[in-house]
Structure formats: C-alpha cells, structure tokens
Design a binder for this molecule. Structure first.
Ligand code: HEC
Length: 118
C-alpha cells in the first residue's frame, strides 16, 4: 500500500484585490434547508471572476465597492447591472464573451442579494 500525501500549496496571491480578509459570503440555506441554486452558481462566478478586483466580500479594490446599498440605488434593476457586466465600462472588463447569460444573471443576483442587501 502506498500512502499518497497531497501537499496543497496554500496560495495567498490575491491579484489586485485589496481588503481580502473577508470571504465571499456563503449562500445561506432557507428555513426548509434548501439553498438557492442560482445564488450558489453566482457565488462561484463571483469568486472566480470578480472578487479579485471588487474584494471577496465586495468591499472594493481595483474596482468599486459593491457591498453597499448605494449600488442598488445606482442600479435599481438587475438588468441595468447585468448590462455593465456584459458590456464593461471604463476599467471594468466586458464579460459578455466569457460568461453566458445565466452566469451573468446569477452573479448579479448574488451581488444584489448577498453583498448589497443590509
Ligand atoms: C479587472 C478588474 C475587474 C474585474 C475582474 C471585475 N470588475 Fe467590475 N469594475 C471594475 C472597475 C475598475 C469598475 C469601475 C468602472 C468605471 O470606470 O466606471 C467596475 C465596475 C463594476 C460595476 C459598476 C459599479 C458601480 O457602482 O457603478 C459592477 C456592477 C461591476 N463592476 C460588477 C462586476 C462583476 C459582477 C464582475 C465579475 C463578473 C466584475 N465586476 C469584475 C473592475 C473589475
């Protein structure tokens, strides 16, 4: 029998993110124990494509803070926010060719629900 020891190098490289202490909030289970699949998918996109610039918990970094209520005032509808993510704006890259429609809707739902709400 061969013992396989997997050594996982704990990488702490955080790209351009600032204030990386806080983790991306985990989607909570609802009262019946179910978890919203769209929000879970959105968190995966967030961690993989957005957190390095906007901070894991949306506190900001190379990109603006997304975890305040003011973001919901600037973007009263999810569609208006999805359009920035799809097409980009200034230093914000366009994700329309990297993420599909469902992924963009999911990540925007995640930021609006888990980051921007009180
Ligand atoms: C390379 C860094 C970078 C990445 C990666 C990035 N953003 Fe951004 N984002 C920015 C910058 C910079 C801005 C400010 C754009 C401007 O100049 O108006 C911004 C702006 C935004 C805005 C508008 C905020 C406001 O208050 O007007 C939203 C929404 C947003 N990003 C969401 C996302 C989402 C969702 C992702 C992941 C799919 C993401 N961003 C990935 C850098 C980034």
């Amino acid at each position: 029998m061969v013992a396989v020891v997997a050594v996982v190098a704990g990488s702490t490289l955080s790209g351009c993110a600032v204030g990386e202490q806080a983790e991306a909030p985990v989607v909570p289970a609802s009262a019946d124990g179910s978890v919203d699949a769209q929000l879970v998918a959105g968190r995966t996109v967030w961690v993989g494509s957005c957190a390095r610039c906007h901070g894991s918990a949306g506190g900001g970094g190379a990109g603006p803070q997304l975890n305040g209520r003011s973001v919901l005032e600037r973007f009263p509808t999810a569609a208006s926010m999805e359009s920035v993510v799809r097409s980009g704006r200034g230093g914000m890259p366009a994700f329309g060719d990297r993420l599909d429609r469902a992924e963009i809707e999911a990540v925007v739902a995640y930021t609006r629900t888990l980051l921007a709400s009180p």
